[in-house]
Ligand binder design. Structure first.
Ligand SMILES: C[S@@+](CC[C@H](N)C(=O)[O-])C[C@H]1O[C@@H](n2cnc3c(N)ncnc32)[C@H](O)[C@@H]1O
Length: 210
């Protein structure tokens, strides 16, 4: 039920014409996702809550060999497919329509969670599911956990719950995300804040713990 509400809320925003993915037009957090994935030489990428697939298309255009997108919204998946047909290589892309929590994991080099955790109540489940793909890096952009972000998302939630099918946004704790990942031996190697968002990059520590 919760997933249907989220999908419905986002379906409308993906009813548009397919466009190429130009990194220069991306927001600053999405640019970080693209740059970090490329700098870490990731050859395969899973984007959770990919929306219309912009980050994945940009990555494929810049040489990433295998891209996988998971998205609840049917319209988002359809638009992503159209974009890859027109501006990318759809034969090297895979899309899964449904909840990430039901996704059957496949090994990838990088997992990207760009502005998705706040859309779902079960952020721990989403992080644990990301770990099942055994990535070298996990990049996450989520709302900062401070009073003005909570206030703003609270107002937005009241509006969307009243007028947009009952959807609400969640402020989960970036510290808790870090704690779950550090217990699985992922180190935070980069973090940057904008007014609303915190973007963090976690890398698997391959040096054995003594
Ligand atoms: C704010 S949008 C961000 C979309 C995209 N990452 C971007 O930055 O353009 C959040 C997206 O996550 C999707 N989403 C939320 N929970 C999800 C879940 N459990 N599984 C798959 N997709 C999910 C929503 O449908 C929505 O398209």
């Amino acid at each position: 039920m919760k997933d249907k509400t989220i999908a419905k809320m986002f379906d409308t925003s993906y009813r548009s014409k397919p466009k190429p993915a130009l990194v220069e037009n991306f927001g600053s957090c999405a640019k970080i996702h693209v740059n970090q994935i490329l700098e870490n030489n990731s050859k395969s990428v899973l984007d959770v809550g990919m929306g219309a697939g912009g980050i994945l298309l940009a990555l494929q255009n810049q040489g990433v060999e295998r891209v996988i997108g998971v998205e609840l919204s049917h319209e988002g998946v359809e638009l992503a497919k159209e974009r890859f047909e027109l501006y990318g290589d759809i034969t090297r892309a895979n899309f899964y329509e449904g909840s990430f929590l039901d996704y059957y994991p496949e090994k990838v080099d990088a997992v990207s969670l760009h502005q998705v955790l706040h859309c779902h109540p079960d952020f721990r489940g989403m992080i644990n599911k990301s770990l099942e793909s055994s990535p070298q890096i996990i990049i996450n952009t989520m709302p900062r956990n401070n009073w003005y972000v909570k206030l703003l998302l609270g107002f937005i939630s009241v509006f969307t719950m009243l007028f947009k099918n009952g959807f609400r946004a969640y402020v989960h704790s970036p510290k808790e995300v870090e704690s779950i990942l550090s217990k699985q031996n992922y180190l935070k190697i980069f973090s940057e804040n904008t007014f609303l968002w915190e973007t963090s990059v976690f890398k698997l520590n391959t040096i054995n713990k003594s």
